[in-house]
Design a protein around this ligand. Sequence first.
Ligand code: SIN
Ligand code: CO
Length: 397
Amino acid sequence: MHLARFDIARFLATAWQKQPLLIRNPWAQWDNPLEPDELAGLACEAGVESRLIVRGGDGLTLEHGPLAEDRFAGLGADPWTLLVQAVDQHAPQVAALIEPFRFVPDWRIDDVMISYATDGAGVGPHYDQYDVFLIQGLGRRRWRVGPRCDAATPRQPHADLALIADFAATDEWVLEPGDILYVPPGFAHDGVALGDDCMTYSIGFRAPSRAELVEGWGAHVADALEDAVDAQADRYADPDLALQDHPGEITVQALDRLHAMALEALADRAAFARWFGQMNTCAKYPDTDWRPEAPADPQDVAQALAQGLPLRRNPAHRLAFMAEGEAQALLFADGQCHAGVARPLAEALCGGADVLLDPALAGAPGTAALVTALIDQGTLAFDDGSEDDDDDDDWAD
Ligand code: SIN
Ligand code: CO
């Protein structure tokens, strides 16, 4: 499926991170990629994050999955919504839904969440910290959208859900299958199903907060400093100590030196790049284990590559690269950093779910070694069924 009637440049210039946008069925052809009962099945699986929100007389109640298989039969007439996170990791046809949105870089893309709602159901008026494309998959949903909110926006008293109080929308649209609503971070939105069998696919994004960056990078730097051989000796020193006017003062000179000690350690751009690439590519739900029982043999891998055997990427693994000059790259895969990778190889491996290396690339020095390492860490597998598959039938087909 591709976006046949969608002007990416115009969208980025006028809507992305700026304002909500209704995109009326831009697909060449829209086909709902997942059946409602397949979604319900996923919600019953351990290791799949799911929520059930029921609108009863006392308002919305939240239940976390995995759900018992008979839970759905036990739901009465009250409107309910089932939400399942990261369905792209479990169904290749849902993962394919991300492809048209890769005009936003992979490292900013989070997952595809799918909701199923009965007539009148919804998760209530709220805002998210991240951009989202809400694709109407099946049925119809009325969306009320805007205004932009922040931490000061009044909330409804609710133990589990952060719901906006006195929601007064600035726009209202009814979405039909294939329609897409883009909502930037912070904009209020409230979707209510019009009729049963309402499915919405949320292409969700990620953006690290400054606090997360400082916390994560700071902890990483601190760990590295503590592991250094001279860790104990690497501390404030003042062999030039001069007599102070008052012993109670922390002087400007001392503070300058302390501040520099902290900032110098954090300023290492190359180390930051590696840390960020590794952190960003760590799997959120690492349960899809493709690691082979025995390490792959580099010679077998080289032979398979020479035969042109296609490779598949573990759907739970995230990949990204950073260019190092014209010819080389750092390749990040599932939290691991591979240095000195030929840039065309990094680009091919980060291309999509199926990896087909052209013969020159497949036979290039270093390719077999890297592919072997990626097979061993469970990121890649040859698409011939000979490598260790996960137990997810959809992907093992
Ligand atoms: C839904 O699909 O019901 C909710 C999605 C969202 O508001 O982000
Ligand atoms: Co939302």
